[in-house]
Design a protein around this ligand. Structure first.
Ligand SMILES: Cc1ncc(COP(=O)(O)O)c(C=O)c1O
Length: 428
């Protein structure tokens, strides 16, 4: 077995982290398997634990901290708007929600936007849209893909194509069928008289970073048109310029003649950069299906949240962060492919687009410390943490990098160096 070479933190640091973790163990529902890290603050792409140790954050709060930590533009927007108006409810109008909806429409295509608070809730909006669309014909079934992830609400886990999220919560909400990803024939064969929609991720985030092929997307559009079904995309993780374009389908299809559009898209995560926000965009012909009284949420699209989201869009556009995501993504991919060549017994592939990067681990790593009954991805992430880099497991064998879109080249190089140090040790 490989030996851990990270020095133990001093006693006072251990005590502070231990005291905080004790508060969790005593008072917080243990629904998350947390890593043994306790953070106090962050700046840009760095996070600091309670002992002052610095980590390069390549996980970005699971694709949330789109401008990094403590970005002054977000801080200012929060302060200024909270002096004016935080919340009024959706009984009334206010400017930030209208302006943010307009921006999202401009970034996708004619349609309308509904605001909510999370990715799961955004997908709930898509499910309700689909049910409303098919209601009068008795159609309600939604086809989703194996290895997908669509959130933790009851309908979210029913839609998700992974048994582990459903276990213990049966019976599932009826009306979801799962088919293999990128398999158009499987979708066609799963259509029943009750089918009303197809929901897919452009890049499967939790499921290991498989990317939809252009043929699958274009074929789905044709199939949905033929069968009068809605084509819905979950852009919660792969959206908001992470791939180099606002939505991943725009990147996947950028060399394919124009014309593709889904009918609905869910968003969350990076939309608020850490301020909890979700949204769905609905294509114009269906944008008024959810009429007054059919759907709602107290906190959806508050003046505060929308002002932060508008500021984030402004910074992304002003600083050309979509291009940066593409460039830094390519840079990371190139460095990681070198590692695949150098250490094929440890890393065997690189997946994803832009700053949604997946590192595929070779099966059965020999020198990997930790509980052998745990997935390899989490155990390798532990080693990366020890080396000073935060990353996120995706499935059992893939490690995800989802850093801030303003990641600097020096930071990407630092990340590659740390990853190489861990991979090289695993190769010995
Ligand atoms: C693709 C996708 N959809 C939905 C969700 C659920 O989002 P939330 O955790 O904000 O409810 C996630 C979260 O990881 C996701 O990756």
């Amino acid at each position: 077995m490989m030996k851990e070479i990270v020095p133990a933190p001093p006693a006072h640091v251990r005590n502070e982290a231990a005291a905080i973790q004790q508060l969790f163990h005593k008072n917080v529902v243990p629904s998350y398997a947390r890593f043994d890290l306790t953070f106090s603050h962050g700046s840009g792409s760095y996070l600091y634990d309670v002992g002052g140790r610095r980590y390069l954050d390549m996980g970005g709060g699971i694709a949330v901290n789109v401008l990094g930590h403590a970005h002054p533009a977000i801080t200012e927007a929060l302060i200024e708007q909270s002096r004016k108006l935080i919340h009024v409810s959706n009984l009334y109008y206010h400017e930030p929600q209208g302006r943010l909806a307009e921006q999202i429409v401009n970034l996708i295509a004619p349609g309308k936007v509904f605001f909510c608070n999370s990715g799961a809730e955004a997908n709930e909006g898509l499910f309700k849209l689909a049910r409303k669309f098919g209601h009068d014909e008795g159609r309600f079934e939604i086809i989703t893909t194996l290895n997908s992830f669509h959130g933790r609400t009851l309908a979210g886990i029913s839609a998700t194509g992974q048994d582990k999220v459903k276990k213990g919560f049966e019976p599932m909400v009826p009306g979801f069928r799962h088919v293999p990803y990128n398999d158009l024939d499987a979708v066609r064969n799963a259509i029943s008289p009750a089918t009303v929609a197809v929901l897919i991720e452009g890049i499967q985030g939790e499921g290991g970073l498989a990317t939809a092929t252009p043929e699958f997307l274009v074929g789905l559009r044709r199939l949905c048109d033929e069968q009068r079904m809605l084509l819905l995309m979950d852009g919660v993780q792969d959206g908001h310029f992470r791939t180099g374009r606002f939505q991943s389908f725009q990147r996947i299809l950028e060399n394919v003649p124009a014309g593709f559009l889904p009918d609905g898209i869910s968003m969350a995560k990076s939309l608020g950069g850490g301020f909890p926000m979700g949204a769905i965009w609905i294509r114009a012909p269906y944008a008024d299906l959810l009429g007054p009284g059919t759907h709602g949420t107290t906190f959806g699209g508050t003046p505060l949240g929308c002002t932060v989201a508008l500021k984030i869009l402004e910074v992304i556009q002003r600083e050309n962060l979509a291009d940066n995501a593409r460039r830094m993504g390519d840079h990371l991919r190139k460095g990681l492919l070198d590692l695949v060549e150098k250490f094929p017994a440890v890393v065997c592939g690189v997946r994803g687009l832009g700053l949604m990067v997946g590192i595929e681990l070779a099966p059965d790593l020999r020198n990997l410390p930790g509980d052998a009954s745990r997935p390899q991805s989490g155990r390798v992430v532990n080693l990366l943490h020890n080396a000073g880099l935060l990353a996120v497991p995706a499935g059992a064998n893939v490690i995800r990098l989802l850093p801030a879109l303003n990641l600097k080249q020096a930071e990407a190089d630092e990340a590659l160096k740390m990853i190489e140090s861990v991979v090289a040790r695993l190769a010995t």
